[in-house]
Ligand binder design. Structure first.
Ligand code: ATP
Length: 288
């Protein structure tokens, strides 16, 4: 059975104050308890869409619905919304402003007026989750970029949101850090049934960590559906300025240019290994 929709847009049109149309009549759905990749070239509208999900960018027309209820853009409505829908910005410097890591993570919770023991429990749990407990007393301005990103994420997670919006979470991280953050988000999403939306240019991680994909182009939806199905629409992928994962591209070249008789396609190394192993077994059976 398909998951219910957590977020939905109806003919959503968003225009920045300078007149730039960022989203141009968008109709799409974000399924609950899944990881959705938001893809598209530079300026396609990914960040603008995340900002509209969080109520920061208000629709010029159309609407955004959370659990089938239109967003309430009043001051109180936004306060409630931001407890439920957390956003990690691409640049952690716009998100961090307190003097120490601990204080920064506690900022959003202080605004909720939580009792001190509950706030402390949440802060410590969030620091533990993202692996920054040892940094608790460190000044934020002494942290590396990757550490700042984890602190900003801990601040979002301490609010215990049911929807997590991530704008380029792996940008600027080393390969190990990028892999760790995506694995961690995937595990967290599975254990807590969180809904996650990831705007990214990191196409390699899409088949590894995402269930669905939504491809934007000039503020419009070009594709919405399962990740595997998106990669089957190769023309569309390329039209949107995207590419296949390297391993899928290699398989494509082996079949189309080098005449390899491979059945199926592969988006990940483990899937490619299966295909190549089955080809080897078939050859051995046929004695070729
Ligand atoms: N604060 C702003 N003021 C005016 N225009 C903006 C603002 N932020 C974004 N835009 C414009 O809105 C459009 C969509 O930008 P957006 O940042 O949402 O795209 P994106 O898909 O996230 O791009 P990228 O992959 O480069 O981060 C672009 O034309 C951009 O120039």
């Amino acid at each position: 059975m398909a998951s219910p929709n957590m977020l939905r847009t109806e003919a959503l049109r968003c225009v920045w104050p300078d007149g730039t149309v960022a989203l141009d009549g968008l109709d799409l759905s974000i399924r609950a308890a899944q990881v959705t990749a938001l893809l598209g070239g530079n300026g396609a509208g990914k960040s603008s869409l995340l900002l509209s999900f969080n109520g920061i960018l208000k629709p010029r027309s159309g609407r955004v619905l959370l659990r089938d209820q239109p967003l309430d853009h009043s001051a109180n409505g936004l306060k409630v919304l931001r407890q439920e829908v957390g956003i990690l910005f691409q640049n952690p410097d716009v998100q961090l402003f307190a003097s120490s890591v601990y204080e920064d993570i506690s900022f959003g919770l202080c605004n909720l007026g939580l009792p001190e023991p509950e706030a402390r429990r949440r802060i410590e749990a969030a620091m533990e989750l993202v692996g920054i407990t040892a940094l608790a007393r460190k000044p934020v301005h002494h942290l590396s970029f990757g550490q700042k990103k984890r602190v900003a994420l801990a601040g979002v997670l301490a609010m215990e949101p049911s929807v997590l919006l991530l704008d380029e979470p792996t940008a600027g991280l080393d390969p190990k850090g990028a892999d760790e953050i995506m694995r961690f988000i995937r595990e967290l999403q599975r254990s807590s049934a969180m809904t996650v939306v990831v705007a990214t240019h990191d196409i390699e991680m899409v088949p590894l960590f995402c269930d669905r994909a939504c491809v934007l182009d000039r503020g419009r939806v070009l594709f919405e559906g399962e990740v595997a199905s998106m990669f089957e629409h190769r023309d569309l992928v390329r039209q949107a300025g995207l590419r296949l994962p390297r391993i899928a591209h290699l398989i494509e070249i082996l079949v189309t240019k080098d005449g390899f008789d491979l059945t199926g396609t592969a988006m990940t190394i483990s899937a490619a290994r299966k295909i190549l192993k089955s080809m080897k077994e078939e050859r051995e059976l046929n004695g070729t």
